[in-house]
Design a protein around this ligand. Structure first.
Ligand code: ATP
Length: 583
């Protein structure tokens, strides 16, 4: 905790750590961003430091995570903590499937003190006998299932059981999750021994002795997130509404926009670029090194806006691993059982869940998430570590029903009828006039980012990121300065974006009161005040510092010959049929 400069434990840590320190198995549900990682790392490292290892070689702690990204993040958190409290110890991950069996065998043959990996990789080592003899026996102090709900929704249950079968009976087990379900309870009953179940809810603290909820003393463990819904007239308007929210400064930076696929991420990125809103995109088809680097840069504050694809269909690792599971199934699976398994898997994307995006003030859901659990995980990327945040979900008419279902699930989680109605409020800071004023430009720009443009942009993006990735692989550890030069928010457009779109005249930004134009929002709440402050900020700064803007201008626009030719006086009138140029 000292190493991470954490002054006081969060309510989750206060509830979980003492129980775990007593050696009890723990199954804890605690809100996103409430510090679950340290809640299991502290007792694990404490146990490891308290006594010498019973075996010469073998992991002393195993952390199972649903994705490689989360494994990487957890390994780093563990290594950072170890530097202070256990300098002689080592935290490590297992290599990806594509690295091959020999590499996996070699790594597992001399495992680190704390091994962090997805269940499939650990199960493969257990099945193949790659760990040193007795490695999962007396020397192993603790097995942790981090993000237990995601582990189950990604279809890892058989691998988890396989790992637990290989582990010595009586090894301490900790399960931590943001949501609780019947499946988690069933798994808990199979793998844990007389576990203490702890539920840390939003308004209450926990009596660690009993593992029961009780009134807290001012500590607020749950995320402080304001939930808003933005009902849009038609699904096609999503791009327009997101652009309006970001461009008019109605949501506080840093903002994270969730979309449902890599295609949608690239499309939104292309579209926002046209309006002078540089964003980086995170999706499963990017090389792993690039994903890690993008995340690090976003957390460092290099980018204000990120578009993240929450779609595990495009997520290399879980799909690959799940396929491996299917192949290795003892019973020959039928086509139907395979399909069922895939369907059961949550439709969410592994890269973005459980990841500690830092200092995100706003999460925007481009579409309504598929399940209430998915909603909780997505919006949980803001309001972390005691900070406040805002979540805005765009709801198209066709999504009203699924949105209502999510709303009622969230409401029942609150448990109080009055509070339940207040969980989600309509976002009324974006006047219809403001949207209408931008509509014409947006529709024009949306047409320019059709299927072909997206396809081409994705090829360019992949090429660019593969190059980045190679450089990253070579320099990751030693040349941090070089890394800073790699940019992930540059334009992906084939032709330079037209400069006129990125400049919004004052009347479109709501600066002047004019019929049909955006009005400045009255600051009648903290959110609105923040929005207004930010709005003014945007007007002055025009998205980024002068230096940054100059750099972007140079890189993104360049001499736009196409626009110059097109808008030559004579040509323009003839082709456009006399449309007004001022648009
Ligand atoms: N005691 C503490 N005081 C302040 N910040 C903390 C404390 N413990 C952890 N944090 C910070 O809180 C953030 C969220 O922590 P963590 O990722 O462990 O949350 P989580 O509950 O696992 O979230 P999720 O369920 O979304 O994965 C991290 O940035 C972490 O550094």
């Amino acid at each position: 905790m000292v190493a991470r400069r954490l002054d006081a434990p969060t309510a989750t840590q206060r509830a979980v750590v003492p129980v775990a320190l007593r050696g009890r198995d723990v199954c804890a549900r605690a809100p996103t961003g409430s510090g679950k990682t340290m809640a299991y790392l502290v007792p694990m490292l404490d146990k490891m430091c308290a006594r010498a290892s019973a075996t010469a070689s073998g992991p002393r702690g195993i952390v199972l995570t649903p994705t490689r990204e989360l494994a990487h993040q957890t390994r780093r958190a563990c290594a950072a903590a170890m530097r202070t409290c256990a300098p002689g110890m080592r935290a490590g991950e297992l290599p990806v499937a594509s690295a091959g069996t020999n590499v996996l065998r070699e790594t597992a043959g001399s495992p680190p003190d704390v091994l962090v990996a997805t269940p499939t990789r650990v199960a493969e080592c257990a099945r193949g006998g790659y760990f040193p003899p007795g490695a999962l026996g007396d020397g192993l102090e603790m097995v942790v299932l981090d993000e237990a709900d995601l582990l189950l929704s990604f279809g890892y249950v058989d691998d988890i059981k396989c790992v637990m079968k290989a582990v010595k009976r009586g090894t301490q087990v900790m399960m931590l999750s943001a949501t609780m379900s019947k499946e988690i309870e069933e798994l808990r009953d199979v793998i844990a021994h007389k576990p203490t179940t702890i539920d840390v809810d939003d308004e209450e603290d926990v009596d660690a002795e009993k593992g029961e909820a009780k009134a807290g003393e001012g500590a607020k463990p749950g995320p402080d997130i304001k939930h808003y819904s933005l009902h849009i007239p038609k699904a096609h308007d999503r791009l327009l509404y997101v652009m309006a929210l970001l461009r008019l400064g109605l949501c506080k930076k840093k903002a994270l926009v969730f979309v449902s696929s890599a295609d949608a991420a690239v499309r939104l990125r292309l579209f926002l670029h046209k309006f002078g809103v540089p964003t980086c995109a995170l999706h499963g088809e990017l090389p792993a090194n690039s994903r890690t680097h993008i995340l690090q840069e976003f957390n460092r504050g290099v980018y204000d806006f990120m578009v993240a694809a929450a779609d595990d269909a495009n997520m290399a690792e879980p799909t690959e691993e799940a396929d491996a599971v299917e192949e290795q199934e003892d019973k020959a699976p039928t086509r139907e059982s395979k399909k069922k398994k895939r369907d059961r898997r949550d439709k969410e994307f592994g890269v973005v869940r459980g990841i500690d995006f830092q200092a995100v003030n706003t999460v925007i859901n481009f579409e309504v998430p598929t399940t209430a659990a998915a909603y909780v995980h997505r919006v949980g990327r803001t309001g972390r570590a005691g900070n406040s945040g805002t979540a805005i979900t765009l709801v198209a008419p066709s999504e009203e029903q699924s949105f209502a279902a999510i709303q009622s699930k969230l409401a029942s989680a609150v448990g109080d009828a009055v509070a339940a109605t207040q969980v989600m409020q309509p976002f009324d800071r974006l006047p219809k006039e403001a949207v209408d004023a931008l509509r014409y430009r947006a529709e024009d720009a949306a047409r320019a980012v059709g299927k072909t443009a997206v396809k081409e942009a994705r090829v360019r993006e992949l090429r660019q990121e593969l190059l980045n990735s190679e450089r990253l692989a070579a320099h990751f550890e030693d040349n941090a300065e070089d890394l800073a030069l790699l940019k992930h928010d540059t334009s992906l457009a084939k032709h330079p974006d037209a400069k006129h779109l990125s400049h919004l005249p004052g009347y479109l930004r709501g600066g002047k009161s004019r019929r049909g134009a955006a009005r400045v929002v009255e600051p009648d709440s903290e959110h609105a005040r923040n929005a207004l402050n930010y709005h003014l900020d945007v007007e002055v700064a025009e998205f980024g510092s002068k230096k940054k803007r100059k750099r972007n201008d140079k890189r993104e626009t360049g001499p736009d010959l196409r626009v110059n030719n097109k808008f030559k006086k004579g040509n323009f009138k003839k082709k456009s049929g006399g449309r007004k140029r001022s648009r």
